[in-house]
Design a protein around this ligand. Structure first.
Ligand code: SF4
Ligand code: SF4
Length: 429
């Protein structure tokens, strides 16, 4: 008996989408259906939408705008936005008064405390006015107030996005450690754990060999259409990642911003990517349960591997963190108000859902259990270590994957073939 491999073309999928008969699911919907006992096969699914909302260091803003009238300044050599130094260049734009700049998301402001590129990007998307300051070759200083609408070009570039999941961190030493993997110093003696990664929802987790994703693949970046324009800076087979580009104009603030760790501010960024189910190999790679996704547990100092679990240990329909004002006793100095890493909590107004990252720190810090969320534990050395922080927002990722699903169904997002494969580099670490 000969077995014929099942496949379908992208043209067939797009035709079904146009006719309204395409079957599109987020990874989470598939997982829930399968957990409910539904038998789902290749024939039942045309497109799966994947997503991640996480801390992503490698983002930068590329901007071009007029800073002075023509013929007044020969060239700008220094430019800063809200006190954050940008890199002007490369073309001199001699006497044009226009600057082209790159500004990194992790760069910090010299004039505003606790203010980074990630916050600036969100402020721009929210329509806020920013201060732009430029110094010319001749030493003249020019200041200007500006909004995103005043910029003729404003795009976010990601150098290594949507990395195929990440790790859990624990601290076996006796001292607590300040790290980008914690909000409060990470306690020693393996008392606490933190983790990153949206588990089964992660794009590369569902296309681990980049059979579908390629150069030119259309995606969503922070809620607007963007593109993969190449392999990420550390795209190896173990931890694939992508380079992305998208216009700031059209992004949604709830998918971006900054996150305060005990070692400084990190960027928040969200990516959703569609996977057309072109053949059985693509279908077989789609994650059907978080049990399938390994969660490696590392020593936060040195990052050596200590143990391994799965993302089912930490993600199990526990995505949303909620606040019950009835349980709040109005402490003198609310520690959550001061600690919340995205400034999402205010005692008077509660949780700002457009800022909340569902990280769970408030659940740990509030002494009166006014916050609800099951943060789970991580198993190491016969010990269940409580998770005190989630550095990926699966709830936000599910929302973005759902947005993408509806955009495809409504004809607002047409899936196209990539123009080239994503090259994998040899593993460097
Ligand atoms: S710590 Fe908890 S109980 Fe105390 S004021 Fe803050 S939210 Fe309310
Ligand atoms: S889960 Fe709590 S601590 Fe984390 S961002 Fe939301 S309100 Fe802030």
């Amino acid at each position: 008996m000969s077995l014929v491999a099942k496949k379908r073309t992208l043209a067939e999928i797009n035709s079904k989408i146009q006719k309204g008969s395409a079957k599109i699911y987020t990874v989470q919907e598939l997982i829930d259906k399968i957990a409910d006992g539904e038998k789902i096969q290749f024939e039942d699914v045309d497109v799966v939408t994947t997503a991640t909302k996480a801390l992503m260091s490698g983002i930068a803003g590329l901007f071009s705008f007029r800073l002075s009238p023509p013929k007044t300044v020969r060239k700008f050599t220094e430019v800063s936005l809200n006190g954050i130094a940008a890199f002007p260049g490369p073309c001199p734009n001699e006497f044009l008064g226009i600057v082209d700049i790159i500004l990194y998301g992790t760069a910090h402001s010299k004039t505003k405390e606790n203010y980074s590129g990630g916050i600036l990007f969100r402020d721009l998307v929210e329509g806020k006015t920013i201060n732009v300051s430029g110094k010319s070759e001749e030493g003249d200083l020019i200041e200007k107030e500006m909004t995103l609408d005043d910029m003729q070009f404003a795009r976010m570039m990601g150098t290594r996005q949507a990395i195929k999941n990440y790790f859990a961190m624990i601290n076996p030493s006796t001292e607590s450690v300040n790290t980008i993997f914690s909000v409060l110093p990470l306690e020693g003696n393996c008392n606490h754990a933190t983790f990153s990664g949206c588990g089964a929802m992660n794009p590369f987790q569902n296309d681990p060999n980049a059979d579908v994703f390629g150069v030119g693949t259309k995606i969503l970046v922070n809620g607007t259409i963007g593109y993969i324009f190449g392999p990420g800076t550390r795209n190896d087979r173990l931890k694939p990642n992508m380079q992305t580009i998208a216009d700031f104009k059209g992004m949604k603030p709830e998918y971006m911003g900054a996150f305060r760790t005990s070692y400084g501010l990190e960027n928040i960024c969200s990516i959703a990517a569609p996977i057309p189910i072109l053949n059985e190999n693509v279908w077989n790679n789609i994650i059907k349960s978080d049990h399938q996704v390994p969660l490696v547990i590392l020593n936060v100092v040195g990052r050596n591997k200590l143990a391994e679990g799965t993302y089912q240990d930490v993600w199990d329909n526990n995505f949303l963190i909620t606040f019950d004002p009835k349980k709040c006793i109005d402490c003198d100095d609310c520690p959550v108000d001061a600690m919340c890493p995205t400034n999402a909590f205010n005692l008077k107004t509660g949780i700002d859902r457009t800022r909340c990252f569902n990280c769970g720190s408030c659940v740990v810090v509030c002494p009166k259990n006014a916050f609800k969320g099951d943060l789970k534990t991580i198993r190491y050395d016969d010990k269940n270590i409580p998770v005190v922080l989630r550095q990926s927002d699966r709830f936000g990722a599910i929302n973005l994957a759902t947005q993408l699903k509806h955009m495809i169904l409504d004809g607002e997002f047409i899936i196209k073939e990539p123009t080239d494969k994503l090259e994998f580099y040899p593993q460097v670490f």
